[in-house]
Design a protein. Structure first.
Length: 318
């Protein structure tokens, strides 16, 4: 006597993918939601707890269309706090994989590659935390050439590849090289004492943003970036060349980067720039990279005040 085959549920499919096996350990305490900044800063409907419940209830379409499926950046702040020790970003990644397999696409707008500028060096694919860019070969004028191609379902819009591309061949709407450079004063403009590049995710509270914006423009010029990985050392050099005496870059604490390792990339680039300035003995040029934890509320005021104090003797000596 034959038995009918067991019906494979949505939850079974998620658990079959590496990373999704801990799905059923979730008891919906909501700790993940309280730790994640996406709901607070970007998308009110972002809710990992709700997504996992959709999977358990076999709500396939609702899960595939949920912003949670597409917006998780795998920062893993939730994993550190989860009482069940569920690697939630991996469970969400399993749902996302099934969504892509079913023909769904990410609602996020990916970065764009200008093939006329792209040399096919592959630096973008090396620095991307999500392996979104990859090199492909295309025939151009009868010859094979290499270009970078971005997978729109993997790109999280952190901008790290934009800051790393040596030819400026990659752009992200809102923080292209031209858009950031337009916020840096030129030599013939009124120059602030310092320019502060601030990762949008490094300041958790609105109160910290209000502190940041409370400084007069002649003291502090603020440039918002999606991640410190977006920083291009050229921008810091442009600021210093304009007469600004200090460049302060504020990013996430190690282990808390919203885009996994953008802060590490920025630290490496700015460290090399600082070393270069010291080697050429550039006088009175201050570059600092500070990493602010999610629980260090109010620290931004201390860092800016300290930077202003460091450059103020330079102003007085002029």
């Amino acid at each position: 006597m034959s038995h009918p085959a067991a019906v494979r549920t949505f939850a079974d499919e998620v658990k079959a993918i590496p990373g999704g096996e801990h799905l059923e350990l979730c008891y919906s305490c909501g700790t993940c939601v309280s730790k994640c900044m996406i709901q607070q800063k970007v998308e009110p409907d972002y809710n990992p707890r709700r997504l996992l419940r959709m999977v358990m209830m076999d709500l396939r379409e609702e899960a595939f269309e949920s912003p949670t499926t597409w917006m998780c950046s795998a920062c893993d702040l939730c994993y550190q706090a989860c009482p069940q020790e569920i690697h939630i970003s991996q469970v969400i990644a399993a749902v996302k994989q099934l969504a892509v397999d079913a023909g769904y696409t990410s609602p996020l707008t990916p970065v764009k590659v200008d093939e006329a500028l792209c040399s096919g060096c592959g630096i973008c694919s090396m620095v991307c935390p999500y392996q979104a860019p990859s090199l492909i070969e295309k025939e151009v004028d009868g010859e094979l050439d290499r270009f970078s191609q971005v997978d729109p379902n993997k790109c999280m819009r952190c901008g790290t590849c934009v800051g790393a591309c040596p030819l400026g061949a990659i752009a992200r709407e809102g923080v292209s090289n031209a858009e950031i450079q337009s916020q840096i004063p030129s030599v013939d403009q009124s120059v602030p004492e310092i320019i502060t590049f601030v990762c949008d995710w490094s300041l958790r509270e609105d109160a910290d943003l209000r502190i940041l914006e409370s400084y007069p423009k002649h003291q502090v010029n603020v440039v918002h970036i999606p991640c410190t990985g977006r920083i291009d050392p050229q921008h810091a050099l442009m600021a210093l060349d304009s007469g600004v005496k200090g460049v302060l870059v504020c990013g996430c604490k190690p282990g808390e980067c919203h885009f996994k390792r953008g802060n590490h990339v920025a630290k490496c680039k700015l460290g090399l720039l600082d070393t270069m300035l010291k080697q050429i003995q550039s006088p009175h040029k201050e570059i600092r990279f500070v990493q602010i934890g999610t629980q260090e509320r109010g620290r931004i005021r201390h860092e800016i005040d300290e930077m202003l104090a460091a450059v103020s003797p330079v102003k007085e000596a002029k």
